[in-house]
Design a protein around this ligand. Structure first.
Ligand code: DX5
Ligand code: ZN
Length: 217
């Protein structure tokens, strides 16, 4: 499978977001990962659909919107209208509302013609989302606990990647948190094909080279 690199704008300069997104595209990124945090599901607040709408004209790359929010159904319309290409929602945020909330949310995202995905935290077995794999374009396995960039990759996630890839050979498997030039080969070998990287890309002095190296070439 082709490896896609999705730099997270969480590590960008928020006062220069349009320019940051342009630079990522020029440096060879495949998608732009947008970390939406609501101050409740996770402690920080980052940005909402308005940011997605604002950066949309600056790039032709797919906007990969990672919703770290409670009650995600209430926000889907706004992110779809803002120009999101894929929206991922947390299993944990959905499960506490009802058994069917995750499935219903994935279907709601699809109804807008937007791709969808389910996310599990590092301490949740990936088997929990196996039932919704057929509804998902991508699954996101968190390799840090969500909320902050710059954390260390949790090594036990590598086994979860292998399980997910054995279960579904075709689905996009995205890994988010602590991805570096040092561990990307292990992550790719386990079966992931979409790598989020925030601090690794934005701390680099040569973004294009770093993105290329993260692809494992
Ligand atoms: C964490 C976010 C990640 C994070 C990745 O809650 O979902 O996307 O920004 O940042 P790094 O690559 O620095 O771990
Ligand atoms: Zn993320």
């Amino acid at each position: 499978m082709a490896i896609k690199i999705a730099p997270s704008i969480l590590s960008a300069d928020f006062s220069e977001m349009g320019a940051a997104v342009k630079k990522l595209e020029k440096s060879g990124a495949d998608m732009i990962h947008c970390d939406v945090m609501d101050g409740s599901f996770v402690q920080p607040i980052t940005f909402g659909a308005q940011m997605v709408k604002s950066i949309r004209p600056f790039t032709g790359l797919p906007l990969d919107v990672h919703l770290m929010i409670e009650h995600p159904q209430t926000q889907i319309k706004f992110f779809a209208d803002a120009g999101a290409d894929i929206i991922t929602v947390h299993y944990g945020a959905c499960k506490k509302i009802s058994e069917s909330y995750l499935k219903d949310t994935l279907q709601l995202i699809k109804s807008y013609g937007v791709k969808c995905g389910a996310v599990v935290n590092p301490d949740v077995p990936v088997e929990e989302i196996f039932p919704v794999f057929p509804l998902c374009d991508m699954v996101l396995l968190m390799s840090v606990f969500p909320g902050y960039g710059g954390q260390k990759y949790i090594p036990s996630v590598t086994e979860k990647i292998k399980k997910a890839r054995a279960f579904d050979r075709n689905i996009d498997i995205e890994i988010d948190g602590g991805v570096t030039e040092q561990n990307c080969a292990e992550i790719i070998a386990a079966g992931a094909n979409v790598l989020v990287a925030g601090s690794t890309v934005f701390n680099s002095t040569d973004m294009a080279l770093t993105i290329k190296r993260l692809r494992g070439i």
